[in-house]
Every structure is written in C-alpha cells, then in structure tokens.
Design a protein around this ligand. Structure first.
Ligand code: RRO
Length: 310
C-alpha cells in the first residue's frame, strides 16, 4: 500500500516516526532512526543550554508500558541544530523535526531567534507538555500561557511550526486549547505526550526516584487517551493543522487506529525504547498487511473515518 503522508509542504515516504525523547538524544541514536524504516525523526527536546536531567533511576519499563521522569536531559539547541544541518545536507529531500522548549518565559524568544538564524529548514515541534521538570507545570494546561508563547514565537519564526500537547481529559479543555491553537499558523499538533504524574511501584518501592516516584506514563496504558485526543482535536482544529498521533503504539493495528481517528503521522516512543529502531519496519509491515486485508490502498482511504454505533 501507499503509506506516504504530508504535513504542511513536507512529504514523507512513510507514516511512522519516533516520539520525542526516545532514540534521539545524540547523533548516533538519530542516525539509527534515520537508517531505519521510519519516515523521519524528531530530536530530543532541546533547551538553550545542555541539561543533565533528573537523578537516576528515572525511567522504567513495565509489561504494560513505561514511566519516566527524565527531566529534560539534552545536549542543547546548538548541538541539535548542528546535527540537523548534517542530515539535511546528506538527505536534501527528507524533512526532519527539531523538538525544543523553554524552561523560563524569556527562553522562547531566544530559542526561536536562534532557529530562525540557523540553516534548519524542517519542522519545529514546540514541546508544551513536559511533565517532569521540577517546579515547572506542564505549559499546555495553562491556556493563557500557550497563547502568549505562540504569539511571541510566531512573531519571530516563520518556518513550519507545530506543538506537542499533553493529554486532555475534559471536553471543555479540548475546546479551549483548540480555540487558542486555531489562532496561529501551525502546520501540526502532536498529541499526546506522556500522561503526567503517574506512579509505578515495584515490590514496595517506587520504580523511579525523582518527584517522589511520580512520572509520565507511556505505552499501552495510554492508548485510549491518545486515540481520544487525536479524534477530538481532529474535529476541533482547523483542517490545515495536521495531526501527529502518539501514544501506546505497539503494533500495526494501533497505527491504523490512530490514523482512523485522524492522524496524518504516528509517533512511537515506549515501544521504540523496548524494541529499538527495527520496530519501524515491523509496524510498517503490519500496517501494510492490515490495509491489504481491508482493501485500503492509501492512508486517505480510511483516515478520520472512525465509525460510531448509532
Ligand atoms: O525529559 C523528560 O522528562 C520528558 C519530556 Br521533556 C517530555 O516531554 N515528556 C516526557 O515524558 N518526559
């Protein structure tokens, strides 16, 4: 089947990619995803300065998914811009994603001034949903803050821009975030980040150390929330805003369901961590087989076509 997809003016020859945070910390990890069947990659979320992140243990896998409180460890914006320049030179027709965020209100202007002055010509994913920086709330649960940041960023940066959102759980919140996002020339939203501040226990001890054991939940636990967020935002956002669906993908059927809810591209994080970059070839094959069975030849044959019983 034809698994090509489009976000803004960018064309991709497949529909699966990594979710930010997994297999994207440095050039070696990004290179492994680049060489896999993935359509492209997104970098680890970059801040102005490199960060060490939270104390270990800060990530744990379970049979049902994962918990993490990494705390935004990354090599800094300049590093990722440098690596992206290499990949963009080597693969001029392959679009890449840079993930970035601020930890202070005045970071955003500086980040996007730097990106605008760089040679980067891919897509920027502004992460408004990190749950794990001690003392910093998830930005996108504050709708006024989202509007202020996007007003500033879109005044500085005119390249392809999208946002990474946390899961929402109330229909009023879906309406409020969509109303804000629809005011800006975004080309995509990526939904969802991990479900913030869950708790996993092993024996009598929290599985991770930071924040008293609380961390972002990923994997199979969160697939229903990912589907609901993709579906509902697809119904509320301007049609020009494409959707990257992320959350709970373990097999080709999960990729199919996110697209059925309206996703244009699908992110894989927890399962990529468990399986490594060969996961992309498996997911691609499984999606292909499922589409063959159903007689679908391209993603647009079923994208957004979720049926609901009468
Ligand atoms: O680094 C992290 O702790 C982290 C980030 Br920035 C994020 O956006 N989502 C997540 O689950 N972990």
């Amino acid at each position: 089947a034809d698994l090509t997809t489009t976000i803004g003016d960018f064309h991709f020859d497949n529909t699966v990619m990594n979710g930010a945070g997994v297999w994207c910390f440095d050039r070696d990890e990004l290179s492994a995803v680049d060489s896999s069947a993935a359509a492209t990659f997104v970098t680890k979320t970059a801040t102005l300065q490199a960060r060490q992140g939270n104390p270990e243990p800060r990530m744990a896998a379970t049979s049902l998914g994962s918990i993490n409180s990494m705390g935004l460890p990354n090599k800094g914006l300049d590093y990722y811009l440098g690596v992206l320049a290499e990949f963009e030179n080597t693969h001029p027709d392959k679009p890449y994603f840079l993930s970035t965020t601020g930890t202070d209100p005045d970071d955003f202007g500086r980040l996007f001034t730097k990106i605008a002055q760089s040679n980067f010509h891919g897509l920027v994913e502004l992460n408004l949903s990190c749950p794990n920086v001690v003392g910093k709330p998830q930005i996108a649960y504050d709708f006024g803050a989202v509007e202020r940041i996007l007003t500033q960023v879109t005044g500085i940066y005119h390249g392809a821009l999208g946002v990474k959102l946390p899961p929402y759980f109330d229909l009023v919140h879906f309406q409020e975030i969509a109303a804000v996002l629809n005011k800006f020339p975004l080309v995509f939203v990526n939904t969802i980040n991990s479900v913030g501040n869950g708790l996993v226990i092993k024996d009598e001890t929290a599985a991770i150390a930071p924040k008293g054991g609380l961390g972002g939940i990923g994997g199979g636990y969160i697939k229903p929330m990912a589907l609901a967020n993709v579906r509902t935002l697809r119904q509320l956002l301007n049609p020009s805003i494409r959707i990257i669906g992320t959350g709970g993908v373990q097999n080709g059927r999960d990729v199919f369901e996110l697209i059925l809810c309206g996703a244009d591209m699908v992110g894989v994080a927890t399962q990529l961590g468990k399986e490594g970059p060969k996961v992309f070839a498996r997911l691609t094959q499984e999606l292909n087989d499922l589409m063959d069975e159903k007689g679908y030849r391209r993603l647009s044959d079923f994208r957004g076509n979720l049926q609901v019983p009468e």
